[in-house]
Design a protein around this ligand. Structure first.
Ligand SMILES: [Zn+2]
Ligand SMILES: [Zn+2]
Length: 388
């Protein structure tokens, strides 16, 4: 539970509902020790639901950079004991007393972000939907401070969930709940006040978030410069359709020369930082025009480091962006379907495959998103239906 959690006022009036018909136990992959494989074993299934809870039978759960951090003890001082993954898709099995008022029906195919139980009373909760996920009194985040999606059934929050369009598979949608949502909000923030046709820079463009951010910005009518410092990242940036791709390893001077030659002079009208490398934020400032925005999304291990000459002397405005709201998630998922956005995934079958995924994450040779079919049958059904 997050520190200082406040109970949502609706919870008092409506109470909890029991879950019926589930087996007593289910398979889960939990974090019991840092720097050790997930503990994969039987755990009790959820017994009751709060008003906005959705109990889903997980179809696909994707593995995030954050999961790697949690496993290595990079986020908390003691292991959570909970299953990993905050990027679930699945079928709605049961729901709390208030979830139906948001339009959910049992059997719906849903995708969810990790937030659960905002307080409903603070300025962010009472503000526009776009800031609800900033609630300081949130109960927690699935796969981190609450049970995650590396288990057969899990609980997500209806206020941070969406129904999936028929065309979209569970496999494609799972990484969209985090990488897609984060990239979408970052792009939408970056293009505020920027005219279509201008350049957006993406530093760390060839990863799970980057290849989506490129397609979003291109689809919204902008030119995109993809900057990466890994061969596979440069290749994925090209494949995702970046207008121009630049190798950060060439150094600042070469990079700027390369960019101004290609654009005919101007630097980026806005840039997004998706790489947590220590020089990434400074690179983003350097490639951005004076008086323009840099959107910081990556969370570097120590701190964001920027030479003041890149920052103050050129009046660069640094803004943070965190995941996305339900409304933005919805908007992005529709955009993916309408623009046939390609999500780079590698599918693994069954929770036991997590051992292999964790090894692969250490090697960092795959630039897209690794996803687990928790329910193999559902994934095969999607394949037969030829969903995106
Ligand atoms: Zn994530
Ligand atoms: Zn709140």
């Amino acid at each position: 539970m997050f520190k200082g959690h406040r109970e949502h006022p609706d919870f008092k009036g409506l109470g909890t509902v029991p879950v019926e018909g589930l087996p007593e136990t289910m398979l889960a992959a939990e974090v019991h020790e840092f720097n050790k494989p997930y503990t994969i074993h039987q755990v009790p299934t959820p017994k009751s639901l709060d008003p906005y809870d959705l109990l889903i039978r997980v179809a696909v759960a994707s593995f995030c950079h954050t999961d790697a951090l949690i496993l290595s003890g990079g986020l908390e001082s003691t292991p959570s004991g909970f299953s990993g993954s905050h990027e679930p898709t699945g079928t709605l099995y049961a729901m709390g007393s208030a979830a139906a008022t948001l339009g959910f029906k049992l059997g719906d195919r849903v995708a969810a972000e990790g937030w659960r139980d905002p307080c409903g009373q603070c300025a962010d909760c009472k503000g526009p939907n776009s800031v609800h996920h900033y609630c300081k009194y949130m109960k927690g985040f699935v796969g981190s401070t609450l049970p995650g999606a590396f288990q057969e059934y899990t609980v997500v929050d209806a206020r941070f969930s969406v129904k999936l369009p028929d065309q979209l598979s569970f496999e494609t949608a799972a990484p969209l709940t985090c990488a897609g949502a984060t990239a979408w909000r970052a792009v939408k923030t970056a293009i505020q006040g920027v005219e279509r046709g201008q350049w957006i820079g993406i530093v760390g463009s060839g990863g799970g978030l980057g290849h989506l951010a490129i397609q979003f910005a291109i689809g919204l009518g902008f030119k995109v410069l993809g900057v990466d410092a890994r061969d596979q990242g440069l290749a994925l940036s090209k494949k995702a359709g970046a207008t121009l791709v630049a190798d950060a390893r060439t150094g600042r001077e070469e990079l700027l020369k390369h960019i101004t030659e290609a654009t005919g002079g101007p630097l980026m009208a806005a840039s997004i930082v998706l790489s947590d490398h220590v020089t990434a934020s400074e690179t983003a400032c350097a490639i951005t025009e004076c008086h323009c925005d840099v959107i910081q999304v990556a969370q570097p291990p120590e701190m964001v480091v920027i030479d003041f000459r890149e920052f103050i002397f050129r009046d660069i405005r640094l803004k943070g962006s965190l995941l996305a709201s339900q409304e933005e998630l919805q908007e992005m998922i529709q955009f993916v379907v309408d623009h046939n956005v390609q999500v780079e995934t590698r599918l693994y079958k069954g929770l036991e495959s997590l051992h292999e995924i964790v090894e692969e994450a250490h090697k960092a040779t795959f630039a897209g998103k690794m996803v687990v079919a928790v329910n193999v049958e559902e994934v095969e059904k999607d394949q037969q239906l030829k969903r995106l």
